[in-house]
Design a protein around this ligand. Structure first.
Ligand code: SAH
Length: 453
């Protein structure tokens, strides 16, 4: 078998990135977009010693789990790797992924397969969208998404993960650009004005935000565009973000108000949040509630506990916990996120949450060893790379009765659990939560309790 050969192969497994996996004549082949159970024709793109990569050409016998993707662009976009698989099978795939990592990396061989909390409607769940603008071959301004691994824009104003209002907003902006001959930004030349549009919606409040990311400080006839956008029910905030740097980073630091408030409001359960264009906020608010409720259930707070929330972001979990604990301490590396956390605490009249800016691995040892602040429960929600060893060491020294680990990468989670299991903790509960239906990503919550007295 060699490059360019067409093979017929049965897909018997799926990899961590959602790719189909099959075996043929002793070779393992990875076929993107193929679903477990499919028989497909595929073209070999690359051959290695005992494995290869092949491109899906045709599904000859579809898997019982295969469905028509809800979005016509699913394959070109690559953002949703699992759209061709029915939702129940997506959840099973995610349970398997967590289970495999905990067993094979974490050595937790006795663990039952975890339950995954799914969505009733796994579409239009994102409250935030960022659309790039560019120019097509005929010179028309377009917006859509970048084709997988490129910066070529495929025109499409309706990502099925985003809210329905996005289409109307984007169409109004496209019409405005066309009417006034406003050029979109060109990454190659650094010329042109409109780079991106950031859209946000408060799911509980219905409030909408539009933020135009400009290579400059204003757009021609901005008042006219603003008036037209204000006609959309729910419109609350229209702003400009200035980004004149030649960079892939979407947002600049400066915001210019155009109309309305500088933020929108939303709720997670009954806690209110003010969200500005630059704030971090969970993108799937429906599942976020379920995720945090799981973390709170696992923490089993009685009201007398001192709780730490490491990697706290804008303090969403901290404020959730504060309602049931005596005192919560949040730690986060980004100063602006901590400013948001403190403001959100004030906004909700929460007085028993205190926030520190800094690295978890530095703040925690300092507060424990120098100030003697203890912990009954520690919650962590680190980025993909997991917890820093110094943070884990101090956590163990503080001897909390419970550790609740919220993770977006079950491989690094498994690695950290090995350490904690070796230092007197055991895994009691594991639950997955599907924050990103259609994609291979899955969030996971683990409860550990202290074994040694
Ligand atoms: N718990 C929050 C956000 C979790 S995302 C929520 O649910 O909304 C992980 C956070 O960890 C990010 O906000 C990131 O800025 C922060 N972070 C990354 N490295 C860190 C470190 N070494 N110490 C503290 N925070 C860190």
């Amino acid at each position: 078998m060699k490059k360019e050969d067409i093979i017929t192969i049965q897909i018997t497994d799926m990899g961590v990135d959602g790719e189909g996996i099959g075996k043929l004549d002793g070779f393992t082949f990875f076929v993107k977009d193929a679903v477990i159970g499919d028989t497909v024709q595929a073209k070999i793109m690359k051959m290695k010693k005992n494995y290869g990569y092949a491109r899906l050409m045709q599904v000859t016998e579809p898997s019982a789990l295969r469905v028509e993707p809800g979005c016509a662009y699913a394959r070109q976009c690559g953002g949703c790797q699992l759209q061709a698989m029915e939702y129940k099978a997506q959840l099973a795939y995610k349970a398997e992924k967590i289970w495999n990592n905990l067993k094979h990396i974490g050595g937790l061989t006795e663990l039952p397969k975890p339950e995954i909390i799914g969505m009733d409607n796994p579409w239009r769940y994102r409250n935030k969208a960022q659309f790039p603008f560019g120019t097509d071959k005929k010179g028309h301004v377009v917006t859509g998404f970048y084709a997988a691994r490129s910066h070529n824009i495929i025109p499409c104003t309706d990502c099925r993960l985003g809210v329905e209002e996005n289409q109307l907003i984007l169409q109004k902006i496209l019409d405005h650009m066309e009417r006034h001959h406003i050029p979109a930004y060109d990454e190659k030349t650094g010329k042109g004005i409109l780079r991106h549009v950031l859209l946000r919606k408060g799911f509980k409040t219905g409030e909408l935000m539009v933020c135009l990311v400009l290579n400059g400080r204003g757009l021609k006839a901005m008042d006219e565009l603003s008036a037209s956008l204000q006609e959309i029910p729910g419109m609350t905030s229209i702003q400009i973000n200035v980004n004149t740097r030649n960079t892939n980073v979407i947002m600049g630091n400066e915001l210019i108000p155009v109309w309305g408030k500088g933020y929108i409001t939303d709720y997670i359960k009954d806690i209110q949040y003010q969200i500005s264009p630059l704030s971090f906020y969970q993108v799937n608010p429906v599942q976020t509630e379920k995720l945090y409720k799981t973390a709170l259930d696992f923490a089993e707070l009685q009201g007398h506990e001192t709780v730490w929330d490491l990697y706290c972001g804008i303090g969403t979990i901290s404020l959730f916990l504060a309602q049931k604990a005596k005192q919560v301490y949040g730690v986060e590396i980004i100063p602006e996120a901590i400013e948001d956390a403190r403001r959100n605490a004030r906004l909700n009249g929460i007085k028993n949450a205190e926030f520190f800016v800094g690295r978890a691995e530095e703040v925690l040892p300092e507060k424990y060893e120098r100030d003697g602040i203890c912990a009954d429960v520690i919650v962590v929600d680190p980025p993909r790379k997991g917890c820093d060893p110094a943070a884990l060491e101090t956590m163990v020294k503080m001897r909390p009765g419970r550790i609740v680990y919220v993770s977006c990468d079950s491989a690094t989670l498994a690695r950290d659990l090995i350490y904690l299991c070796g230092e007197g903790y055991e895994v009691k509960k594991v639950k997955g939560c599907d924050m990103f239906p259609g994609t291979v990503h899955v969030e996971c919550v683990v409860l550990m309790t202290r074994v040694e007295k």
